[in-house]
Write a protein that binds this ligand. Structure first.
Ligand SMILES: [Zn+2]
Length: 100
């Protein structure tokens, strides 16, 4: 029994032709060279930019499986993190303003 090759195909949003893809957001159409999943690609880019903006601070994630108490606790932690990011941003702005 031969192993079935794991090949995925995706319909290109630009030229409407089926193209092979590795299920990566950066995969491009083999017919026209456009991104096969431009929306996911944009999401990844945006997420990377946001993480860079936050100085690598990982925000507390609140999942739907979290209970009431956990949700409450995580919301406070998340609020503190956001406040920290805001203060950090303010200091950066202040330093820039003084230096300029
Ligand atoms: Zn295409």
């Amino acid at each position: 029994m031969a192993d079935k090759e794991l090949v995925s195909t995706k319909k290109c949003p630009a030229c409407q032709q089926w193209s092979h893809w590795q299920q990566l957001t950066s995969d491009r159409c083999e017919h026209c060279g456009e991104l096969l999943d431009p929306r996911a690609y944009a999401d990844v880019q945006q997420q990377a930019a946001m993480e860079q903006q936050q100085g690598g601070i990982q925000l507390m994630e609140i999942g739907p499986e979290d209970g009431g108490v956990m949700r409450f606790f995580k919301t406070i932690v998340r609020g503190g993190q956001l406040l920290f990011i805001a203060i950090l941003g303010f200091i950066v702005w202040l330093v820039t303003a003084i230096a300029g």
